[in-house]
Design a binder for this molecule. Structure first.
Ligand code: ASP
Length: 424
């Protein structure tokens, strides 16, 4: 009964490929306006549809998962493993980024002329990003902010960490009240949870068209020509991302699980395509949860905790890209980053990813914080703004793949994975 999912994947892939072709043609013939008026809205509608499910799905599934736990200590153990996994893979990702940038020196591929041109063209956009970044709260405040003052406000504002915190506490409290009182509450949220999963299925039928519209309008707007002057930098980022997924995640799966690596990557393909098209790990969350549970067999108790947390605090792709970007900008400005500064990048980029929601372009904002810490001119982000959207699409694939790997590893070590075959 799982075959339709693979067919859906093929349809989404076709939507994506067609989107690229149509986008390139539109860009070439200046049909961008037509696209943004008539095609883009279908993509936006799709993103809004899947985003609509995120809050109720996360809240209901996490609450049901926690309330049905008969052992609270288990929650602490799962939490500990999750955080450890996320911190480890994120640090490895930045190291891969830093090593690639130091070895292949992307900054050397840029002429003085292109450099001036990029700095001038993107100065305004860079200034507004820097402004947003400088207004961000520090780490201490971010951690305190995890405790909501008003959970209704958190739900309304989609504050993921606050929602997770409240759902966990409420779930724990439910296990402590009488069975008679707890049962109807759990039943109610189980019903909501099931209905949300049904909604994911319905909305995914629309995915191929949504993906087509998103890709066609993005490529139509930016074109692929923009990659030209920043080709070396972009290739280093993309190859680094690819290596991280293939090497690090495969090793993790091999060491900790019995899941076949090929089956794992086949299982999460639909989520990867949605991540690529939407550039948002938060919007992709319902699809990631669905793939990990249905195609890989991770229990919903684990996935409903590990994945929403990952969508907010775990961004391996973003971290890797920040490593490359920081060194690239420094190289262009003729600065040599010493080992201390590079270690600072590892630390700040890891911390910066905590509390930054998985939405398009957030990696650029957090990059500004990294640059500030190591003393690289912030205006430097203007150099890479032009290719940011395309690279954002790629790094979001890695972000959600990291979350899915973590869920699979934690589930395997907790004995909460039921092997499924996506071919039966
Ligand atoms: N768009 C990425 C995500 O949602 C974050 C980023 O790198 O900008 O995961």
């Amino acid at each position: 009964m799982r075959r339709p999912k693979l067919e859906l994947y093929t349809k989404i892939l076709m939507g994506l490929v067609l989107g690229v072709i149509v986008g390139v043609i539109a860009n070439k013939f200046g049909a961008v306006q037509f696209f943004s008026i008539y095609i883009k809205p279908f993509g936006t509608a799709f993103i809004r549809l899947i985003s609509m499910i995120v809050v109720p799905l996360v809240f209901a599934s996490l609450l049901v998962g926690t309330a049905s736990l008969n052992d609270i200590r288990k929650l602490g153990r799962i939490g500990g493993k999750t955080i450890l996994f996320y911190l480890t893979t994120t640090s490895l990702a930045i190291v891969i980024g830093l090593v690639s940038a130091n070895v292949f020196k992307p900054g050397s591929g840029l002429t003085k002329e292109t450099q001036q041109q990029l700095l001038a063209n993107y100065a305004e956009e860079a200034a507004s990003k820097i402004d947003t970044a400088l207004q961000k709260p520090g780490l201490g405040e971010t951690l305190i902010n995890i405790i909501p003052k008003n959970p209704m406000e958190s739900l309304a504002g989609g504050e993921m960490l606050q929602i997770i915190f409240f759902a966990l506490m409420l779930g724990i409290a439910i296990t402590m009240i009488s069975r008679e009182r707890a049962a109807p509450v759990i039943k109610f949220f189980e019903g909501i949870n099931d209905a949300m999963i049904k909604m994911v299925h319905i909305i995914m039928e629309f995915a191929p068209y949504g993906v087509f519209a998103l890709i066609a309008s993005i490529i139509g707007e930016f074109g692929l020509g923009i990659l030209g002057p920043l080709a070396k930098y972009s290739i280093i980022v993309v190859v680094g991302l690819f290596l991280h997924v293939i090497v690090i995640y495969s090793i993790m799966l091999k060491i900790f699980t019995k899941v076949k690596i090929v089956d794992f990557f086949k299982g999460i393909r639909p989520a990867q395509l949605i991540a690529f098209s939407s550039s948002s790990s938060s919007a992709t969350l319902p699809v990631t949860m669905e793939c990990v549970e249905e195609n890989i067999g991770v229990s919903s108790e684990i996935s409903s905790f590990v994945l929403p947390l990952g969508a907010t605090i775990n961004m391996d792709g973003t971290a890797l890209y920040q490593g490359v970007a920081a060194v690239f900008i420094a190289q262009v400005f003729g600065m040599d980053l010493n080992i201390g500064q590079q270690l600072t990048i590892v630390l700040t980029a890891t911390l910066a990813s905590i509390g930054a929601a998985g939405v398009p372009g957030v990696g650029m904002i957090t990059l500004t914080m990294v640059l500030k810490t190591i003393g690289v001119p912030l205006e430097g982000i203007a150099l890479i703004l032009g290719v940011d959207r395309i690279l954002d699409m790629c790094r979001t694939i890695v972000n959600i793949s990291g979350d899915a790997t973590c869920a699979t590893v934690v589930a395997a070590t907790e004995g909460q994975i039921e092997p499924v075959s996506i071919y039966d």
